[in-house]
Design a protein around this ligand. Structure first.
Ligand code: URA
Length: 235
């Protein structure tokens, strides 16, 4: 059972000292009762209110971001704009850290899940999980119909990879535009699959990840999602 000050600090409400002094003046309640002891143990974190409001994602945070082109998925501040600049500053102070589930290249836009729940990252990035990732790519050169079979064959070999790509579904939408559904996530996989067939990807967008589409989100926007059952952050 976490202490109240520990819990609040781990959810990004301030450092232990800051939250403790606010607790002492009576801004926290537990099941409707004002708590003024920072060391109070909390059995049910969903019953805590802070400054009159329920805690944000106290059991674990899951969000869907429409990543814009030009943002990297790193936590480092030396690599230009980062997706974490688009998220509430309080999320950066959470512990466990809020991180993306897999990554998109700086030049790729689209659906990206964000969480502080390690078991969810593991589940959704495991090669065995068979999670659909749906991309739309624009390419330089013409998409030949035989690519559909080549991508579906399970035999497409990428450079420096010991095993071929798993079967992937290619739909040719226009002569230079295609939708590709993958169930794995190798480094730069989409760009490398097309490159293996002599095609350079000029634009790449992920329409959906694990069934989460972003049609309703404008670029740079995010939304909180319910945490799937059986997953919880371990603070
Ligand atoms: N494949 C790529 O080449 N880039 C991405 O960002 C994602 C998949």
């Amino acid at each position: 059972m976490p202490r109240l000050d520990q819990l609040l600090a781990s959810l990004g409400y301030g450092n232990r000292r800051q939250v403790a002094s606010l607790i002492e003046v009576g801004v926290a309640t537990l099941a409707g009762e004002v708590i003024t002891k920072p060391e109070q143990q909390v059995r049910d974190v969903t019953q805590v209110q802070w400054q009159g409001r329920a805690l944000e994602a106290p059991l674990g945070l899951l969000a869907l971001l429409h990543k814009p082109v030009g943002y990297s998925c790193t936590h480092s501040s030396n690599e230009g704009p980062s997706i974490y600049d688009l998220l509430p500053p309080q999320w950066r102070r959470r512990n466990p850290v809020v991180t993306s589930i897999g990554r998109l290249d700086k030049d790729t836009s689209g659906a990206l899940l964000i969480t502080d729940c390690g078991s969810l990252v593991q589940r959704l990035t495991s090669p065995r999980a068979q999670i659909d990732k749906v991309y739309v790519a624009e390419v330089e050169g013409n998409l030949r119909p035989e690519l559909i079979e080549i991508f579906a064959s399970g035999q497409l070999q990428l450079r420096n990879e010991p095993t071929p790509c798993l079967p992937a579904k290619l739909e040719i939408l226009q002569p230079q535009r295609a939708r590709l559904t993958l169930q794995e996530g190798r480094y730069h996989q989409v760009r490398r699959m097309f490159a293996a067939q002599g095609l350079r990807v000029t634009q790449l967008h992920r329409e959906s990840f694990a069934g989460h589409g972003i049609e309703h989100l404008s670029t740079g926007q995010w939304q909180l999602l319910p945490l799937p059952e059986g997953h919880q952050r371990i603070a």
